[in-house]
Design a protein around this ligand. Structure first.
Ligand code: ATP
Length: 244
């Protein structure tokens, strides 16, 4: 059995009186695509923030390749091979597409390798090559999401965490984003952890799915065991309901 690349053990995170995570355990094996699905306020963003060093746990631990990173600083965790694409993308809208990518490369601390990476990325995202000198704020929502993902890859991560890549995008564009993620995985062998509010897309692309609600894992299974959507629906709402 391979050691999980990422392991979260019994994690508790609160904001003052608000308990956002209440004993969450999760693992991601090397090369897997794991999706965390859950409604608004389930704790998905908090989980990613806690893994990336942006939120402190009151209890529990986070382990990357067996090393305890629970009290690591975000920049140290990033240097260990973990890259976060935050909700809302957070690109620099007045900088050009190329400048946004270079900023991602700075974190890598290797200009030569960053140049190689930039070329490789432009092959993967031809639209970013076309738009290289555009201010990033003029890109469409889908293009901005592609840019945010491309920027995350500039640090040459082993694990990319993406918080709600579908947010605000038309279904066709969401499919394009997921196709690109599948291509990145095939080319670079990265491991993916993805948050989504809806399970519609992730069932097709994920290896395993966790349903998070009320700061707790309600369900965890391989995607092929969840294709009819019924178990996800029950876990997501806590009862049977249409339309997840
Ligand atoms: P969304 O899809 O809306 O981003 P989520 O599943 O990512 O939801 P979180 O954003 O992690 O959920 O929020 C989990 C809980 O923690 C919610 O009750 C939320 O209101 C609360 N929360 C999140 N961030 C903060 C904060 N900075 N201060 C106080 N409460 C917070």
């Amino acid at each position: 059995m391979t050691e999980p690349y990422l392991e979260v053990r019994d994690l508790f995170v609160s904001y003052g009186q608000i308990a956002a995570l209440r004993g969450v355990s999760l693992h991601v094996d090397p090369g897997e695509t794991v999706c965390v699905v859950g409604p608004n306020g389930a704790g998905k963003s908090t989980l990613m923030a806690a893994i990336a060093g942006g939120a402190r746990a009151q209890r529990g631990g986070v382990y990357l390749a067996g090393q305890d990173i629970s009290s690591g600083k975000p920049e140290d965790i990033a240097r260990r091979g973990l890259s976060l694409v935050p909700e809302g993308r957070q690109i620099f809208s007045t900088l050009t597409v190329a400048e946004n990518l270079k900023l991602g490369g700075f974190m890598q601390g290797n200009a030569g390798n960053a140049r190689w990476m930039m070329n490789d990325l432009m092959d993967l995202f031809p639209i970013l090559r076309q738009r290289a000198n555009y201010p990033a704020g003029r890109l469409s929502g889908g293009e901005q999401q592609m840019l945010a993902i491309a920027r995350a890859i500039m640090t040459d991560p082993q694990l990319i965490m993406i918080d709600e890549p579908s947010l605000g995008l038309a279904p066709k564009i969401v499919d394009q984003v997921y196709e690109i993620l599948a291509e990145i995985k095939a080319r670079r062998g990265v491991t993916l952890l993805i948050n989504e509010q809806s399970s519609a897309r992730v069932l097709k692309y994920a290896d395993r799915i966790y349903v998070l609600r009320g700061g707790q894992v309600q369900l965890c299974d391989r995607a092929e065991n969840l294709t009819d959507g019924e178990a996800i629906k029950r876990a997501y709402f806590g009862f049977d309901k249409e339309g997840v």
